[in-house]
Write a protein that binds this ligand. Structure first.
Ligand code: TXA
Ligand code: MG
Length: 317
């Protein structure tokens, strides 16, 4: 595809250095990750992370995930515990975020953590992002690179569409491997899933050898960003539909659905991983086509299907 955006750069050594220099100057960079594209800034710098909140129009109460290269980099900022170390060894680097207690003498900006006593940390797997993290002496605060409550971006073009030229450089790492945000697991006390993702609750329960609950939102809100309408295409949505009118977009799953102009199949092969990867791309496409209503068939509530349904439920709020 022709690059019509002047701030999208291909990944090579020269452009990596450019991105690294901007980050050192407390500017923001659009980066690929294995989950969704992110908007990165120095997590130790209030000046840098303030820019993230402003650009995303993100409420200041909603903390950012801090991305690290390795444990060595992490140790100064959080209190490690056994559950964390087990999951870290098994799943990091990868699409999982851990909520841990923040150390008193941590260098993290209070704005990054929204003044909480906890921090969400992640070790991304994406090679480009790992090269960047390795070359910096500070971790990166990286929320998804979309305006607050919008659909998360899964390509460099999606990021450019969200922010135009307000981001100096967006590194083009192709389309995201997973396409849905990381699993968020709270490890500050009894482990809880705050946001389902590619690494499922059963897998995490097995690794820790305990039964883990998915946060049911009725308790104290641990993740301020989890409750509101989110991941939204800005179009009314009806879930668990069997059919749709011709002027409505119909998101379906599996080959029992006919093809048609208004039919958007997340996976003919009924493969949930493929459906996850296609979800945000499909929502963006439907929005571009100016549909006024989106119907969605029921999606199996298994594996990453839990994460797909979680995002659909929030998008439909
Ligand atoms: O896959 C991902 O995690 C992507 C990529 C770019 O790494 N990032 C991402 O960030 O999804 P964001 O900001 O869009 O979502 C972070 C979520 C928010 O819902 C936020 O409320 C929650 O993590 N969070 C951050 N710090 C937290 C904390 N201390 N306790 C509980 N939840 C927290
Ligand atoms: Mg987000």
């Amino acid at each position: 595809m022709k690059n019509i955006y002047s701030n999208i750069f291909k990944v090579n050594n020269n452009n990596l250095s450019k991105a690294i220099n901007w980050l050192k100057k407390r500017e923001l960079v659009g980066v690929p990750t294995e989950t969704v594209y992110g908007l990165a800034g120095n997590a130790y710098s209030s000046k840098a992370v303030k820019k993230i909140y402003i650009l995303k129009k993100r409420p200041s109460k909603n903390p950012l995930i801090v991305h690290y290269y390795n444990l060595e980099q992490l140790k100064n900022d959080v209190v490690l515990n056994n559950n964390f170390l087990r999951l870290y060894k098994k799943f990091s680097p990868g699409p999982i975020t851990f909520v841990l207690k923040k150390k008193k003498n941590s260098l993290l900006s209070n704005i990054t953590t929204a003044k909480l006593k906890t921090v969400a940390v992640r070790f991304p797997e994406n090679k480009t992002l790992r090269k960047i993290l390795k070359s910096l002496n500070f971790p990166l605060a990286i929320p998804s690179a979309n305006k607050s409550s919008h659909i998360s971006p899964v390509s460099a073009e999606d990021v450019a569409q969200e922010f135009y030229n307000s981001v100096k450089i967006i590194l083009n790492g192709g389309s995201c491997k997973i396409g849905l945000e990381s699993t968020v697991v709270d490890l500050t006390s009894k482990p809880k899933i705050l946001r389902p993702g590619f690494i499922g609750v059963a897998t995490i329960s097995k690794a820790l050898n305990i039964k883990i609950s998915i946060n049911n939102n009725s308790r104290i809100i641990k993740a301020p960003g989890m409750l509101k309408r989110h991941y939204s295409p800005g179009i009314p949505m009806k879930l668990n539909q069997k059919k749709a009118k011709n002027n409505e977009a119909f998101i379906v799953f599996g080959k029992k659905y006919k093809k048609g102009k208004n039919i958007f199949n997340l996976s003919y092969k009924s493969n949930l991983d493929e459906a996850a990867k296609n979800l945000y791309k499909t929502l963006r496409l439907i929005k571009d086509k100016n549909y006024k209503m989106i119907c969605v068939c029921s999606i199996p509530q298994a594996g990453i299907g839990l994460a797909i349904n979680d995002r659909l439920n929030r998008a439909a709020k």
